[in-house]
Design a protein around this ligand. Structure first.
Ligand code: OGA
Ligand code: MN
Length: 276
């Protein structure tokens, strides 16, 4: 579907998630389309702009027009995503981004959205996939909705590191356990009234369920939410500026070599809804 609104052309990439927005840099910087962009992000989960020449300052300026506080992550609102420890000291933690997750599951206010710009790409891999966790929740059979309505899940940094490093040493486990765990609902009821599924790599276990049942349920819901019909895979082109709704999607990056030089510049829009 192609929708024309004032200065924008919106081209849906799949039925349930992902749209390209065609516009010019002027319009983005002026902020005159910010409301439509925010609404499209909420509706489509992921949006991107292609073929514009955007620098760091412009990236942050565009983020500011979207009406939220820009988190002071990195330098002047730009945080470097790289698996090269020389570029980002937290490269080991970032390897967890290869597994389905949403950002800030351990924080009181998970980010509203993230803006990612492709500065340098890997020759192989490095596509980013997103799944629509609103749509996945909406389509669940009513029996599942009833069964999970009040469940709560413990999230931990340690848990997500097992994906990266299955045989962690005592020292490694102790290190990751320094980050406090957080209990989140399995179903997030948003201020809008919409509901989304909250799973992902930091989801460790469901409070009050036997461990096997708990792990099986979390895997079943992740499998459900990441079915092809809910997923958009972004094949990056240099300079792409992509924004994902962090409250209505999960994402993961497909594996790429640590020494590929892949570099993305990220700007975070602060969360507006507490997750408790
Ligand atoms: C992130 C993330 C994915 C990517 O920045 O939070 O998961 O494609 N990035 O680098
Ligand atoms: Mn992430």
């Amino acid at each position: 579907m192609t929708v024309f609104s004032d200065q924008l052309e919106i081209i849906d990439q799949t039925p349930r998630i992902g749209s390209e927005i065609r516009t010019d840099l002027e319009t983005l910087l002026r902020g005159s389309a910010a409301e439509t962009i925010r609404a499209t992000l909420e509706r489509r989960g992921v949006i991107f702009f292609r073929g514009l020449t955007i620098g760091d300052e412009q990236q942050v300026a565009i983020a500011r027009t979207l009406g939220n506080t820009v988190e002071s992550e990195g330098e002047e609102g730009i945080y470097k995503i790289s698996l090269d420890q020389g570029v980002n000291q937290r490269a080991q933690y970032l390897k967890g981004s290869m597994y389905w997750h949403f950002d800030g599951s351990l924080q009181p206010y998970p980010n509203l959205a993230a803006v990612l710009r492709a500065v340098k790409l890997s020759d192989t891999g490095g596509q980013t996939e997103f799944c629509n966790t609103y749509a996945a929740y909406e389509d669940l059979p009513q029996s599942d909705k009833d069964a999970i309505a009040d469940l709560r899940v413990v999230h931990s940094a340690e848990r997500s590191q097992y994906y990266v490093s299955p045989e962690m040493s005592f020292e490694e486990i102790t290190f990751w356990q320094q980050s406090p765990t957080k209990v989140c609902p399995l179903v997030w009821t948003h201020r809008s009234g919409r509901k989304s599924l909250l799973a992902g790599a930091t989801a460790d276990y469901v409070v009050g369920l036997p461990v096997e049942k708990s792990r099986a349920l979390l895997a079943r819901l992740r499998d459900w939410a990441t079915q092809p019909g809910y997923v958009y895979r972004h094949d990056w082109q240099p300079g792409d500026l992509l924004i994902w709704s962090n409250t209505g999607t999960m994402h993961r990056v497909l594996p790429y070599p640590e020494d590929s030089g892949r570099l993305m510049h990220r700007t975070i829009l602060a969360g507006e809804e507490a997750l408790t």
